[in-house]
Write a protein that binds this ligand. Sequence first.
Ligand code: PMP
Length: 357
Amino acid sequence: MSTWEKNIRRVTPYVPGEQPKNTSVIKLNTNENPYPPSPKVEEALKNMNPEKLRLYPDPTASELVEAVAEVYGLEKEQVFAGVGSDDALAMAFLTCFQTPKPILFPDITYSFYDVWADLFRIPYEVQPLDDSFLIRLEDYKKENGGIVFPNPNAPTGLLMSVEQVEEIVRANQDVIVIVDEAYIDFGGISALPLIKKYDNLLIAQTGSKSRSLAGMRIGFLFGSPKLIGYINDCKYSFNSYTMNCPAIAAGTAAIRDQEYFQQCTQKIIETREWAKRRFRELGFLCGDSMSNFVFVTHPKAAAEELFTALKSAGIYVRHFKTPERIRNYLRITIGTKEEMDALFMFLEQYISTDRSV
Ligand code: PMP
């Protein structure tokens, strides 16, 4: 190793799902929304004057932050906006987990948490989900430097009640607890009201899923003004202008169009409930996902082979090789009804062919 290499911060990076160049594939691999963003977003972008791009954007993204605060019944000091919730969560890790004690998160969860922990040199300890892939509350009642978990969890899609979330927060008032609600809008109940009661609770949400803005990169953190203030201090010490002008305009328009948001999420929920029944009819084990994806396994089909067969047929889903416990599962995003029909047409054929594992 050369001398300069000894000073390099070395990390094993997060691997995002594939974004194929071929746009004719059925893309059910990265939990994007199959529907376009609100028509108000198109209008806002069309009305944007490119002349404005000469100037730096508003570093506080106040138009967006104020719209979010208004729609969610919060003070603007309780809202942080970032370049997708990945950016917001990374900033939260950097700010909140300055600790020699390990932070805790589930063994099967969003695979970015251990990457941020490694990047920022935060010690961590994973807590195994139970045999039904559920979080065991007692695992989060020990000495720790902080806690983070998604609700619903990813890639399982399984939801915890607000009471269960509160039990974890109540037991950990000396550390920051981050609840990653990237998928909460697909039928879950948000723990957001709890931020008024617990000043150590941070909730993350995103514009990427329920608002169809994955390509725009918009995410949020909600917490006490004091906690959001500390996160902003870190953000301004890293990059003041994270949110660009089009993102601020598009995000504001999307957040204000609650009617479109309700219609769109409702359609996805209906397709998901129908898809769960179809998967079970075909012999898949399919948990009770409350997100915009399902997590399935079939006793007679090896997940990796099915993943490859689907890909050859132009249907992209997600397969995780680790942890070992989920190796035979596939995470499949809920697409439009037509996309799901094409998926089930393929699966019917595939499953009816004998393939013992
Ligand atoms: N949290 C979870 C659990 C996710 O699955 C994702 C999507 N990859 C994110 C956060 C980040 O989403 P985004 O950066 O697009 O807001």
